[in-house]
Design a protein around this ligand. Structure first.
Ligand SMILES: NC(=O)c1ccc[n+]([C@@H]2O[C@H](COP(=O)([O-])OP(=O)(O)OC[C@H]3O[C@@H](n4cnc5c(N)ncnc54)[C@H](O)[C@@H]3O)[C@@H](O)[C@H]2O)c1
Length: 257
């Protein structure tokens, strides 16, 4: 096993599927014990076994699954307790999120709350629960999943863009607040990544809208979740030891900011 994360305990919210699943796997490959916190253990993308089983049974690593809706603070406490059992959370990947398209003129307060409660409010309080432990130990890393949609606005995505923009500034503020206490806080901004979120929840990948976006991507393709995991590994490990309050954009060149 590689030693980039050996001895570390990583909590990955939304870790059962998509980008979170790739992160859980790669972090385990690099020696971390991983707590996967998700609504369900089975991956959204199909018949593969749950990632915590893959880590335990195929990779010989340490992993736990905790059934958790990140907007439920009691379930979040269960997640942190599972991390405590493994030695205490060192790394939080604040990844659970939802993606919806809304017509601004007809969207409802329920539409707004659904996206904001999970993408912003839950991310905020999951970070708080992890940070309380990290500050105690004087060390830790929080990585928040924002998006290119947290930097550039797109029609039809006012709620999602507002939520991911909030995560970007939350990251900068938290980096300022917790930096002196030994906690690194950064944001990862994926471009269009091929997951169930972009094929099913809002069919971008494989649709006309997606082809329009693809034409704006200099690398001329969508991203793979494993590519986001590599960016996350850099930020979460000692490779990113002096990176604080930063936005890492991994989008094939879409934004060029
Ligand atoms: N796929 C993309 O193109 C893309 C681009 C930019 C940012 N992102 C962000 O990356 C993150 C992961 O997205 P993905 O593409 O892997 O999506 P995904 O749908 O493939 O996986 C998301 C996971 O989060 C879980 N989840 C959803 N709501 C939850 C809740 N309330 N509590 C606990 N778990 C919950 C789901 O069950 C799922 O396993 C999200 O924050 C998303 O906004 C994705």
């Amino acid at each position: 096993m590689d030693s980039l994360l050996s001895g570390k305990v990583a909590v990955v919210t939304g870790g059962a599927s998509g980008i979170g699943r790739s992160i859980a796997r790669l972090f385990a490959e690099h020696g971390a014990a991983v707590v996967v916190a998700d609504l369900q253990a089975a991956p959204r993308e199909g018949d593969d076994p749950p990632v915590h089983e893959v880590i335990q049974e195929q990779m010989g690593g340490e992993a736990r699954f905790v059934a958790c809706d990140v907007s439920n603070t009691e379930q979040v406490a269960d997640v942190m307790a599972a991390a405590d059992d493994l030695g205490g959370v060192d790394i939080l990947i604040n990844n659970a999120g939802v993606f919806r398209q809304h017509d601004f003129l007809s969207m409802t307060a329920e539409d707004f709350d659904f996206v904001m409660d999970i993408n912003v409010k839950a991310a905020f309080f999951v970070a708080q629960a992890a940070a309380q432990r990290m500050v105690e130990q004087g060390d830790g890393v929080i990585l928040n999943l924002s998006s290119v949609a947290g930097i550039q606005g797109s029609a039809g995505f006012t709620t999602y863009c507002a939520s991911k923009g909030a995560i970007r500034l939350f990251t900068y503020a938290l980096a300022a607040e917790l930096g002196p206490q030994g906690v690194r806080v950064n944001a990862l901004h994926p471009g269009l990544i091929d997951t169930k979120m972009t094929t099913d929840d809002v069919p971008v990948v494989g649709s006309e809208m997606g082809e329009g976006f693809k034409q704006q991507i200099p690398m001329d393709r969508f991203g793979h979740p494993d590519e986001m995991a590599k960016a996350a590994l850099f930020l979460a490990s000692d490779m990113g030891s002096y990176v604080q309050g930063a936005s890492l954009v991994a989008d094939g060149g879409l934004l060029r900011v």
